[in-house]
Design a protein. Structure first.
Length: 258
C-alpha cells in the first residue's frame, strides 16, 4: 500500500486528523464507530482513480472532542463546513455504518458539493420488527465476532494485543459513539422523513450476514432514497470494505465512474 499523507485541519474550532492519498476527483470517506486509525487496502484501491480523504471524526482518534458535539446532525454540519474549508467540489461521499448515517444526514441537509453518495451498511433508520445488534451490550469478543462473516478475520483481530495508545483510542471512540448513538440506538427518528431530499445518485452496499444492522435494512434504506441502487455482498458481515475489500471497491468504482 502507498503511504498516505497525514495532516490536521481546524474547522469549527475543532482540530481533526486527515489521511489522504491518490489523485483525481475528491472522494471523502466517513468511517464507522471503530475509527480511522489506519490506512486500509480499500482506500488504496479507491486511490488509484481518486483523491481519497479519510478524516477522523471530531471526538475520535487523534481529533479533538469539541464541546458542540452532541448528535450525528452536528457531525453532518461539521462535514459541510469541512468540504467548504477544503474547497472540495463534485465530491464522491462514501460512509460506512456510523459514517454512512453522517453521510446520509449531510446529503439531506445540503448535497450541493456532492457528485455521488455511497452508503456501506449505514446506521440512521429503524425498521420495526427487525432488531439491530446492540454493540453496547456485546462484550469485546462478541463485538469483534459479530462484525465478520469470516471468523478467521475475527480470530486474527482478537489475536492482536493493543498497546496503551490503542486502548485509549478505542475507549475514546467508544465514548463518542455512545454520545451520538446511544438513545435511540443508532438512528434518528426524523431522518427517514427527509431521505427523499437526497437528489444525488446513491449506492447502498450491504453484507448478507450483517449482524449489526440486518440485511433487511438494505431494501428499507434504498426505498427511502429516490433512485437508489442496492448491492448485497455475499458471505460478508457488517464491514464490506474490510471483509470484501476488492469486491466492494469494484462496486464503488464502477458506480462513481472512472
Amino acid at each position: 500500500m502507498s503511504e498516505p499523507r497525514e495532516s490536521f485541519e481546524t474547522i469549527a474550532g475543532c482540530k481533526v486528523r486527515l489521511l489522504r492519498s491518490g489523485k483525481g476527483a475528491p472522494l471523502l470517506f466517513l468511517h464507522g464507530a471503530g475509527g480511522a486509525g489506519v490506512w486500509l487496502p480499500f482506500y488504496d484501491m479507491l486511490a488509484q482513480t481518486r483523491d481519497v480523504i479519510v478524516p477522523e471524526h471530531p471526538g475520535f482518534g487523534h481529533s479533538d472532542m469539541p464541546d458542540w458535539l452532541d448528535t450525528v446532525g452536528d457531525l453532518a454540519n461539521f462535514y459541510l463546513e469541512f468540504i467548504g474549508k477544503l474547497g472540495l467540489r463534485d465530491v464522491d461521499l462514501v460512509g460506512t455504518s456510523l459514517g454512512g448515517w453522517i453521510a446520509a444526514d449531510l446529503a439531506v441537509r445540503n448535497a450541493t458539493a456532492l457528485r455521488h453518495l455511497v452508503l456501506l451498511s449505514p446506521a440512521g433508520i429503524h425498521l420495526p420488527g427487525v432488531p439491530k445488534g446492540d454493540v453496547f451490550l456485546w462484550n469485546p469478543e462478541q463485538r469483534v465476532r459479530n462484525l465478520f462473516h469470516d471468523q478467521a478475520l475475527a480470530d486474527k483481530m482478537l489475536a492482536m494485543t493493543p498497546d496503551d495508545e490503542e486502548r485509549k483510542r478505542q475507549n475514546k471512540n467508544a465514548l463518542t459513539t455512545a454520545r451520538v448513538g446511544w438513545q435511540p440506538r443508532f438512528y434518528d427518528p426524523n431522518l427517514r422523513k427527509w431521505l427523499h431530499r437526497i437528489d444525488r445518485p446513491t449506492l447502498i452496499v450491504w453484507g448478507d450476514d450483517d449482524k449489526v444492522f440486518p440485511p433487511a435494512y438494505g431494501p428499507a434504506y434504498r426505498d427511502l432514497i429516490p433512485g437508489a441502487t442496492l448491492e448485497i455482498v455475499k458471505d460478508c458481515g457488517h464491514l464490506p470494505h474490510v471483509e470484501k475489500a476488492a469486491e466492494t471497491a469494484a462496486l464503488v468504482t464502477k458506480f462513481i465512474g472512472a
